[in-house]
Write a protein that binds this ligand. Structure first.
Ligand SMILES: Cc1cc2nc3c(=O)[nH]c(=O)nc-3n(C[C@H](O)[C@H](O)[C@H](O)COP(=O)(O)OP(=O)(O)OC[C@H]3O[C@@H](n4cnc5c(N)ncnc54)[C@H](O)[C@@H]3O)c2cc1C
Length: 460
């Protein structure tokens, strides 16, 4: 059955999708956003119960476990902003020196970061916490520099739950979402988009997109009273923002498994990046910081100059039910020379990458974390090499449908329109043409702002 038409259909409501929804709705377009996840109600019992997206539950996090990769991403209205640590940092300027289309560079992208800041209004954490002082000791030992990080949050009026609590891991995480002052996209871009008339269809998963003479037909499945209902919408323009791995799966399916978008570039899947992600912890030591009531992340150690890496603290976490034994967690991001590819085989994604750069990166992180541990009299814990080198782990998957100067190098042009398909866009992490080495949400949103301005300027 063909449902009502839309001027623009948006697949996914993360950083790319939220920007697209607000700008399209503001311009008066009939805007429909399809979101596979739920509209979260953080007070509800279901929030505590359903953590992951599985066959039986539609929780706010999706674990992608595939050959050569383990990734965690968001699955709710607001996408990754519902589960992320809310750091809003652009990458280092030299990241824009290579691999971007000719008209994007550090200077030309600045106004679009500014547009995102106007809506999200990131702020650093002013309160001095013990972990910031400890981070200074680590920075000195690593010959780096502590940098406070701007977050999408507003300090809560009174101290909320402590950063560590005798509750389960998910309960602790939800405390940060609900009471810690974090502002997911449902409080910024999406709130405004809804006020401007955008329609959100939650628990609706887009399964297939096909080019038709008047635009595109977007097929989706939604759940109603336990039954799965298949339906479709015709739209003049379609913006795909399902998050890097879901976008790649959808595009592969439309190109290879069914004939919806048969002329997609052969470069689909190439130049996929894990953003130099790795996890580590410091534990068992007198020098660990005191627990506090602040946000999960406050600052990182900038090691860019000599390591092209950041070591970001992400608070002490209740892996065990006792605060004095909680490890202090770290997220490491960087720009190692790792350039992989996502392939689509027998309906499944797999990650192909060269082993050696991953092994070298792992060894370097392990060495640095050992030095960090000595600096505050604790012990370092990093993911075992045997696991990480076979299956890199990421919360920042990027690329695979990247912006490029032509269809032999990438899938979309510099304004993120798909080569060969007028009116079809990719505005999420899959569009980013290279590793950023830092948290990507600001850059995904800034590029989406730029692309939407061009789309709307051309008339609709
Ligand atoms: C634990 C964690 C911490 C992080 N911390 C930070 C941080 O501090 N700073 C930062 O910048 N980044 C952080 N990130 C990464 C950040 O969340 C992502 O880079 C960002 O959300 C990606 O935006 P996106 O627009 O590509 O898609 P996403 O935000 O992933 O949104 C995609 C949306 O599309 C929906 N969807 C998927 N498939 C379909 C379909 N077929 N039909 C309809 N809807 C669909 C999904 O449910 C999802 O809601 C973190 C990520 C994680 C997991």
């Amino acid at each position: 059955m063909i449902h009502a038409d839309a001027d623009i259909a948006i697949v996914g409501s993360g950083f790319g999708g939220s920007v697209a929804a607000l700008r399209a709705a503001e311009a008066g377009l009939r805007t429909v956003v399809f979101e596979r996840g739920r509209r979260l109600d953080l007070q509800s019992e279901r929030e505590r119960r359903d953590v992951l997206l599985t066959r039986y539950t539609n929780g706010p996090a999706q674990l992608h476990s595939m050959s050569g990769l383990l990734a965690l991403t968001g699955n709710a209205l607001g996408g990754g902003s519902q589960i992320y640590t809310a750091v809003k940092m652009p990458p280092k300027p030299e990241i824009f020196d290579h691999h971007w289309p000719g008209d994007i560079n550090w200077q030309t992208i600045q106004p679009w970061y500014e547009r995102v800041r106007e809506v999200i209004q990131p702020k650093t954490v002013d309160q001095p916490f013990d972990r910031q002082a400890k981070l200074e000791s680590i920075a000195t030992a690593l010959a780096g520099r502590v940098e406070p990080l701007p977050l999408a949050w507003s300090p809560p009026p009174k101290p909320q739950q402590p950063n560590i609590a005798a509750v389960d891991l998910h309960g602790q995480w939800q405390a940060w979402q609900a009471g810690g002052g974090k502002r997911p996209l449902t409080q910024t871009y999406l709130k405004r988009a809804e006020e401007e008339g955008a329609e959100f269809r939650c628990e609706a998963e887009v399964t297939f997109i096909e080019a038709i003479p008047s635009g595109y037909r977007v097929h989706y499945q939604s759940r109603s009273d336990g039954a799965i209902i298949a339906d479709s919408v015709r739209a003049e323009k379609v913006v795909i923002t399902a998050g890097t791995l879901n976008t790649l799966r959808l595009l592969f399916r439309c190109r290879d498994a069914a004939d919806g978008l048969p002329h997609l570039s052969p470069a689909l899947g190439r130049h996929f990046f894990t953003n130099g992600d790795m996890g580590a912890a410091l534990w068992r030591g007198a020098g660990l910081p005191k627990t506090d009531t602040g946000p999960l992340v406050t600052a990182w150690v900038d090691l860019w100059q000599h390591e092209r890496m950041f070591v970001m603290e992400t608070g002490r976490f209740p892996m065990v039910n006792a605060s004095d034994r909680a490890p202090w967690l770290f997220g490491i991001m960087g720009d190692p020379p790792i350039d992989g590819a996502i392939a689509f085989e027998k309906g499944r994604l797999r990650h192909r990458f060269k082993r050696e750069p991953i092994c070298t990166f792992h060894r370097r992180v392990a060495t640095l974390m050992k030095i960090a541990a000595q600096a505050i009299e604790s012990r370092a814990l990093v993911l075992p090499a045997s696991v990480f080198n076979r299956r890199p782990v990421t919360v920042h998957p990027l690329g695979g449908a990247r912006m490029a100067n032509g269809p032999h190098e990438g899938v979309i042009d510099s304004h993120q329109q798909v080569f060969g398909y007028s009116g079809l866009y990719v505005l999420d992490g899959a569009a980013i043409p290279r590793q950023l080495g830092s948290p990507p949400s600001m850059t995904i949103a800034a590029c989406a702002e730029r692309a939407m301005a061009k789309m709307l300027e051309q008339g609709h």
